[in-house]
Design a protein around this ligand. Structure first.
Ligand code: APR
Ligand code: PHB
Length: 394
């Protein structure tokens, strides 16, 4: 084993790990980022693409705003559709000018990797057998293999940014973790299509045939989702079947409908809510999907990860020892407070907009009443707006 040392060992080069490395670099703090997949895999992984105001502000404030400003699409509102009509929610007007920006998660990852390479700080892809240890004592370290060679990376802190299926959360004794979870009885079939977006903002649709979402990636590429079975086989969905289902669920009485085009990517994702408490165990700190998963309906996953690492970097970089200890001790509680807010909002959006097979006619009418109240009450729309654009990072 070759021994090496850094201040913060970061496991995972997703948005959480990469942004943490970036924030620590800007504060002059060393880190090593370990990723078990290849660079191309991490970049090409198609995920969501809605950035809260706080994420946009963080990227802009830390020198990552240039391409985002050029290629990101600022949206001041969203549409909620049901009973054949689209209803606009002007989020910027309801939140004092805060908005969302459409910018693919893989674009964020690309910008962060470019920034990391620009610092010449270590970002190691293709590692294997990553194992955190010593984090309950004063000598945390992460061992890993790279090209058949073994390494022991000693550090002051370990950041578990390795996602839901990573090794960091599972390295914490189960007796020390409280887990909360809910699986939803449906999934999302998502597509990317070469089609010019026919709406200038997102459309969330509650429909008797099931939920559908109209989103986009650029003026040439539309991103669409439809509710499907939790274990749906994407091979059962021909392009024609996908388009006819999307048209059925999204078109509105005013003649609006999504433009069609060549489908360039399709996949099915499950829907779950998951929270692990606490988010810190000794000198091991969990951030992003390693600590919490939200269903994608509220577009919170990426933004929660960014809020976590902003808080963690601020704590680690705190110059005064006593205030640093206080900030590190508060990391988990403050993170969980934001996490549970996002869980509530994501569960609410999911329950209000999806068709549940276990639901009966009463449930469907109650959903419609909830939607009717939402689009006719400034108070209700303001609540949706402030949760959707996100509260400032703290
Ligand atoms: N060793 C090294 N790297 C690992 C390991 C391991 N044992 N296990 C997982 N990883 C890597 C994964 O390959 C992935 O690149 O950790 C990274 C975790 O990244 P994400 O799953 O993207 O999680 P996070 O950075 O927290 O970002 C959360 O991603 O899934 C979306 O909706 C989610 O938008 C949210 C965002
Ligand atoms: C997306 O554009 O991929 C997207 C948008 C809104 C969501 C989820 C995903 O709620």
């Amino acid at each position: 084993m070759s021994a090496t040392r850094t201040q913060v060992a970061i496991v995972g080069a997703g948005p959480a790990g990469l942004m943490l490395g970036h924030l620590l670099h800007l504060r002059g703090i060393d880190s090593v980022i370990l990723e078990n997949r290849s660079r191309d895999y991490v970049i090409e992984r198609v995920r969501a693409g809605v950035l809260e105001q706080g994420t946009v502000d963080l990227m802009t404030a830390t020198g990552l705003g240039e391409r985002l400003r050029r290629e990101g699409m600022r949206h001041d509102g969203i549409y909620i559709a049901f009973n054949g009509r689209r209803h606009h929610v002007d989020m910027a007007a309801l939140t004092g000018g805060r908005a969302i920006t459409i910018y693919g998660q893989n674009e964020v990852v690309k910008d962060l990797i470019d920034a990391r390479v620009g610092t010449s700080r270590p970002l190691i892809f293709g590692v294997d057998q990553v194992m955190p240890s010593g984090f309950t004592g004063g000598r945390p370290s992460v061992s890993f293999q790279k090209d058949g060679d073994g390494f022991e990376l000693s550090c002051d802190f370990i950041a578990g940014c390795d996602g839901f299926h990573g090794v960091c959360r599972t390295a914490i004794p189960p007796s020390q973790l409280q887990v909360y979870e809910r699986d939803y009885p449906f999934g999302w079939l998502g597509i990317l299509a070469h089609a010019a977006p026919s709406s200038n903002e997102l459309v969330y649709s509650n429909h008797p045939r099931g939920f559908a979402l109209f989103s986009m990636r650029s003026l040439q590429v539309t991103r669409l989702y439809l509710q499907c079975g939790p274990d749906e086989d994407v091979n059962d969905w021909s392009d024609d079947r996908i388009w006819s289902e999307l048209q059925a669920r999204l078109h509105t009485d005013d003649g609006w409908r999504p433009n069609e085009g060549a489908i360039i990517q399709k996949g099915v994702t499950g829907m779950r809510s998951f929270v692990a408490e606490p988010m810190r165990y000794g000198r091991l700190f969990l951030a992003g999907d390693a600590a919490h998963i939200v269903p994608p309906t509220g577009a919170k996953g990426l933004n929660l990860a960014m809020a976590d690492v902003y808080r963690l970097a601020e704590a680690i970089a705190e110059p005064s020892t006593s205030r640093r200890e206080d900030a590190l001790n508060a990391y988990s509680d403050r993170g969980l407070r934001r996490t549970w807010r996002a869980q509530r909002f994501s569960w609410w959006m999911t329950s209000m907009l999806h068709r549940s097979d276990s639901g009966n006619a009463f449930d469907h009418r109650r959903q419609l009443a909830e939607l009717d109240y939402l689009v006719s009450s400034r108070a209700a729309m303001t609540s949706l707006a402030e949760n959707y654009v996100g509260v400032p990072f703290d």
